[in-house]
Design a protein around this ligand. Sequence first.
Ligand SMILES: CC(C)(COP(=O)(O)OP(=O)(O)OC[C@H]1O[C@@H](n2cnc3c(N)ncnc32)[C@H](O)[C@@H]1OP(=O)(O)O)[C@@H](O)C(=O)NCCC(=O)NCCS
Length: 154
Amino acid sequence: MSLEPGDRELLRRMFYRLSPESVYRRFFSPVFRPDQFSASVLRVDHHDREAIAAVEGGEIIGVAEYARVAGCRRADLAVVVADAWQRQGLGTRLVAALSERARAEGITAFAVDVQGDNFASLRLLRRIDPHLKLAFSGGVGEGLIPLIADEATQ
Ligand SMILES: CC(C)(COP(=O)(O)OP(=O)(O)OC[C@H]1O[C@@H](n2cnc3c(N)ncnc32)[C@H](O)[C@@H]1OP(=O)(O)O)[C@@H](O)C(=O)NCCC(=O)NCCS
């Protein structure tokens, strides 16, 4: 489901189902708080910013988001799955669903930042785009995942 401002409490609860490592991997910081998570996710406008959640038993168990780079047809991608639900294909399905939404809003590529030792994320990204090339600097790899074949990204 697409997230809306009324989902704030659900997002706060989702945050408490993330291990410190998952928080660090997602936010590149160990000190992120539940309110920061819900506030950042809920800056959606369903065009330049979108967030899609996976829900089980009325609780959010995973979130994939994009945020358009101003003036461009590419968007930054982020995804996080609650620890108890990882390695079951959810991250892959969330990014696939988000890709459909992004294409519909004119996004032609996802920009990704990933820590070089984040093996889960690296495998997820390579599953989405087996040809993904990452340029590493300071332990963080940056890359672009095309969403529409043969169309130049800006
Ligand atoms: C990265 C993340 C979103 C993956 O979600 P997921 O639901 O576990 O992913 P999937 O089950 O769809 O698996 C995708 C691939 O990653 C692999 N994978 C998942 N967890 C893994 C782990 N801990 N170690 C190694 N590989 C892992 C899967 O085997 C699969 O690869 P394969 O197709 O080659 O077998 C999840 O681990 C997570 O939330 N991590 C913390 C936040 C984060 O790192 N976000 C990315 C940066 S924004």
